[in-house]
Design a protein around this ligand. Structure first.
Ligand SMILES: Nc1ncnc2c1ncn2[C@@H]1O[C@H](COP(=O)(O)OP(=O)(O)O)[C@@H](O)[C@H]1O
Ligand SMILES: N[C@@H](CCC(=O)OP(=O)(O)O)C(=O)O
Length: 254
């Protein structure tokens, strides 16, 4: 049976479960679901969380918002993040690998071919590629920190069937419901311009992109014929529940 390919993007807030620490429990929850689904689905992960991982181990002299400090934190945290993935996934019989990519790589035909070939070899050999931005070389101009777009570009390049963006809300809420503090999810939509009208510019503690960047990622996916699901990664079993339609999330049709 031909497996469906899922590109799973995990935001910093999902990985930390909205705390100051990377949650081993959440990484285990994700691994357990991937293991349960592995006969029908193959997974490629885009994971944020390098900066969040570093903050749990170090306090740099300048622990500010400067781009070079964030880049240094990402460099410190990325190996810790990968170690946590590796330790938890190995217990479940899953193998992981790391790919660090830059936006500029998606502008070079040669690099795109290499990314595609490498990841296809990894997946064919049952390794789960875990992708993050190559934060050391990223610059302000190419919008450092926004892994949603990276997930959209990767899903398109690797011809995923579904792009799942895990965040800390039950998908995208209507603006009116947010204003009245009774969040109501937009469950199915195909007009992305209409959807953008519903978005506020708020972000959560560790997040960088906010909801608009998830819609930008969905736009890239849609143009490549890929459906996007925006799901609540804080919930246990969120991937399987979305597949089985047991949870409330936003489906952006291709
Ligand atoms: N219409 C909306 N529905 C849901 N969340 C929204 C909406 N508009 C803005 N947001 C904000 O987007 C945040 C998710 O994006 P972000 O903080 O970047 O998280 P992540 O780390 O998962 O990428 C939500 O926590 C919320 O504050
Ligand atoms: N690439 C960096 C920043 C990514 C980030 O925070 O993005 P997101 O949580 O998807 O809004 C990291 O791994 O910490």
């Amino acid at each position: 049976m031909l497996k469906k390919r899922i590109l799973l993007k995990i935001g910093s807030n999902t990985l930390t479960k909205d705390t100051d620490h990377i949650s081993r429990g959440k990484i285990e929850d994700i691994g357990r679901q991937i293991a349960a689904l592995k006969d029908q689905y193959e997974f490629i992960i885009v994971s944020s969380g390098a900066i969040a991982a570093a903050k749990q181990f170090v306090k740099l002299e300048h622990n500010g918002e400067e781009i070079d400090v964030k880049q240094a934190l990402a460099s410190i945290g990325q190996p810790h993040l990968m170690r946590i993935f590796q330790e938890n996934f190995r217990e479940l019989g899953l193998f992981t690998s790391q790919c660090l990519l830059s936006y500029s790589d998606f502008e070079k035909e040669g690099s795109k071919i290499n990314i595609k070939n490498t990841i296809n070899v990894l997946v064919a050999n049952n390794f789960i590629p875990i992708i993050n931005e190559n934060d050391t070389v990223a610059t302000d101009e190419i919008k450092f920190g926004d892994n949603d777009k990276l997930a959209g570009l990767t899903a398109a390049l690797l011809a995923a069937d579904i792009l799942i963006i895990a965040t800390n809300t039950d998908g995208i809420y209507t603006k009116a419901s947010l204003a009245s503090n009774t969040p109501k999810t937009i469950t199915s939509v195909s007009d992305l311009d209409e959807l953008s009208q519903e978005i506020g510019d708020s972000k959560s503690t560790h997040g960088t992109g906010g909801m608009q960047s998830k819609i930008d990622a969905a736009t890239i996916a849609k143009n490549a014929g890929i459906e996007t699901w925006i799901t609540n990664g804080l919930a246990d079993n969120f991937i399987i529940d979305a597949i089985e339609n047991k949870s409330v999330f936003t489906k952006i049709k291709a």
